[in-house]
Design a protein around this ligand. Structure first.
Ligand code: HEM
Length: 435
């Protein structure tokens, strides 16, 4: 690893079509990355989302990218994502501004804050579980999206029934445009996402204005953002408030829905795992309220959720821009190019995980190292909401396991669509009943 200039060759790989490059294969073929690594080895180049990109996998590469991030790399989502998120959102901010904003948001995810969220999560969870029981047969994925969106809206912005507002109607179309080529035309996915984005922003504006007029600005995430003042006493601009809240509402439900639907799918596919999970739940007092401490004691549930996030990570990797030419694994990483660190491929590395493509929660009895297992990323850009995500997944799983039974309906396509986050193509049809 040395500084520029480099005499090493560029990684192998091909750029494909002008502009488009291999973006369509990347988005549509779930095995694209696997095939490329089989052909070229652990480092390859391609043109993705209009940019020359170097893809790397494995724990050493992750360590290289994520430990000295500030000096070598900068966040660099595809331009479709950047436009839809808005440049003033945490996911795109860099340097000191990014650090300061992260500090504000981190306050919403401390253990103390999490304790205050439990009742709300419990209440919304029970409501949805009862609704699904009444339905008997359901397509679970859209229901789960509404469920996690309701929780995100309530916890982050104090809004009840978020899935019944414009947010519920428009998020899906907006999300479909996040990873696309940013051609803003009426018939492209990106163009449709832009239209949905306008409606989402209008709704987010309403939420912020209403709160600004309230006597108490509140201690939820929106309240924290509204009350922030820098050293000169300036608050965040209205434009930034909109960008930040939209990003949080998206991040707070999309990845989580993927994780939860994968939990439902994998437990239905592995009755022996479900059995062990139910057995573990029987060790706890069924009427005692759930606390952070009791949830921590559910070791097997923890392993199962970790295994879900290992095998089907909601985010397959992270994009960075190379700030200064450097070298990795015998290749040159040129300044200005894009780099993708691959969470998905790292987490099925056979050198770390025996039988890596099997669902085997017990493997977490021995925890893997931090760069071999990183569903929430790591370092300065690691997921700021990961503790909330873990809490929501656990409460959902506990209430589901303690009270209900779910079975896959026959004749459906359970293979995974990967955009915007993995979910079964037929959206998981199940029969649902009380125990
Ligand atoms: C299972 C659920 C979730 C998963 C797997 C997940 C995963 C990730 C990953 C991998 C990153 C880092 C991407 C990178 O390195 O470029 C990230 C960033 C982020 N996540 Fe999550 N996330 C989840 C839930 C949440 C929740 C519930 C929230 C908030 C309520 C959230 C908010 C964010 C934000 C704001 C960032 C950007 C951080 C920054 O750039 O500094 N995420 N997430």
């Amino acid at each position: 690893m040395s500084q520029s200039p480099s005499t090493l060759p560029l990684p192998p790989g091909e750029f494909g079509l002008p502009i488009l490059g291999e973006t369509l294969s990347f988005l549509q073929d779930p095995d694209y990355i696997i095939k490329k690594h089989q052909k070229y080895g652990p480092v390859f180049k391609a043109r993705l989302f209009g940019r020359p990109t170097i893809c790397v996998k494995d724990s050493l590469a992750n360590r290289f990218v994520l430990t000295k991030e500030k000096e070598r790399f900068a966040i660099n989502w595809p331009s479709s994502t950047q436009i839809l998120f808005g440049s003033l959102s945490l996911a795109l901010q860099t340097g000191e501004t990014h650090q300061i904003r992260r500090k504000i948001l981190a306050q919403a995810f401390t253990s103390r804050a999490l304790v205050g969220y439990i009742d709300t999560i419990e209440e919304i969870t029970q409501r949805y579980l009862q609704k699904w029981q009444q339905m008997g047969h359901l397509t679970w994925y859209p229901e789960l999206r509404n469920y996690t969106l309701d929780i995100a809206c309530k916890l982050l912005a104090g809004v009840d029934g978020g899935s019944e507002t414009e947010l519920g109607n428009e998020f899906e179309t907006w999300c479909k445009g996040l990873f696309t080529i940013s051609w803003n035309l009426p018939w492209t996915q990106f163009g449709q996402a832009m239209r949905s984005g306008e409606k989402l922003i209008a709704e987010v504006e309403n939420i912020i204005r209403q709160r600004q007029q309230a006597e108490d600005l509140g201690r939820d995430t929106l309240g924290l953002l509204l009350q922030f003042r820098d050293e000169e006493g300036n608050g965040l601009s209205f434009e930034e408030l909109k960008n930040q809240l939209l990003l949080l509402l998206f991040a707070g439900h999309e990845a989580l829905t993927s994780a939860i639907v994968s939990f439902c799918l994998e437990t239905a596919r592995h009755p022996e795992v479900e059995e062990k999970l139910r057995h573990e739940q029987q060790q706890f007092d069924p009427i005692a309220p759930l606390t952070l401490e009791t949830l921590k004691e559910m070791t097997y549930l923890d392993w199962v959720l970790q295994e879900v996030l290992r095998l089907i990570p909601p985010l397959g990797g992270g994009f960075r821009k190379i700030l200064k030419t450097c070298e990795w694994d015998g290749y040159q990483l040129p300044e200005g190019w894009c780099l993708l660190y691959e969470i998905g491929q790292t987490q099925v590395n056979p050198e770390t995980y025996a039988d890596p493509n099997s669902f085997r929660p017990d493997r977490f009895a021995t925890p893997p190292d931090k760069y071999s297992y990183l569903p929430f990323g790591s370092g300065i850009r690691g997921c700021v909401g990961q503790e909330l995500a873990r809490l929501e997944m656990k409460i959902f799983a506990v209430r589901l396991l303690r009270g209900y039974r779910w079975q896959l309906e026959p004749g459906q396509d359970l293979s995974l669509a990967t955009v915007p986050a993995p979910h079964p193509r037929d959206k998981l049809r199940v029969t649902f009943s009380a125990l």
